[in-house]
Design a protein around this ligand. Sequence first.
Ligand SMILES: Cc1cc2nc3c(=O)[nH]c(=O)nc-3n(C[C@H](O)[C@H](O)[C@H](O)COP(=O)(O)O)c2cc1C
Length: 178
Amino acid sequence: MHAQILYGSRYGASRRYAEAFSQMTGIPVSDCASIPDLTGCDLVLHFGGLYAGGVAGLQATLRALPETARLVIATVGLADVRDPENVRNIRSALARQVPRQILDRAAVFHLRGAIDYGKLKWKHRAMMTLLYQKAKRIPRDRQTPEVRAMLETFGSRVDFVDTGSLTPLLEVLPPQDR
Ligand SMILES: Cc1cc2nc3c(=O)[nH]c(=O)nc-3n(C[C@H](O)[C@H](O)[C@H](O)COP(=O)(O)O)c2cc1C
């Protein structure tokens, strides 16, 4: 099997997951800002941070994806992915980013990331501040779990990265490669 791990990461959480999965499996890993030649690749695993529902770097990976390769997408976000509503939201956003014929054959996983407001670039800090101000006005009984998680973590530093949560991804590999 010829496989490649790619990641789109602005603050490092997706990179940490991608590198940990590379260590677990021996599959080479690259930043999707400089994708190696994927000719002959049968499996591409993309780890990407969620930014307003979009998966960082995914468009670059889709452009480079060989027609016959299978895609695995691992989203990395703050929202609690044990909550089915959060997963539904991420999946409907993915359906707008990935062509149907690719998504139907893809395996999709959801991992939790990290945020340190002290280190955000001004553009991201401004986006989060706008979202926070809007979310604060939503009555509590109408806040989605995603909104609640954002309100609870706003302004602080949280790190939910757990490389143990990568174990289910091993299932996408042929048994001899796990
Ligand atoms: C501007 C901005 C928008 C974000 N949007 C989402 C989102 O829609 N859903 C989510 O679960 N997390 C969201 N997050 C949290 C990031 O997905 C989280 O910090 C993740 O770990 C980033 O991955 P990276 O460190 O690999 O870039 C957002 C963070 C920022 C700064």
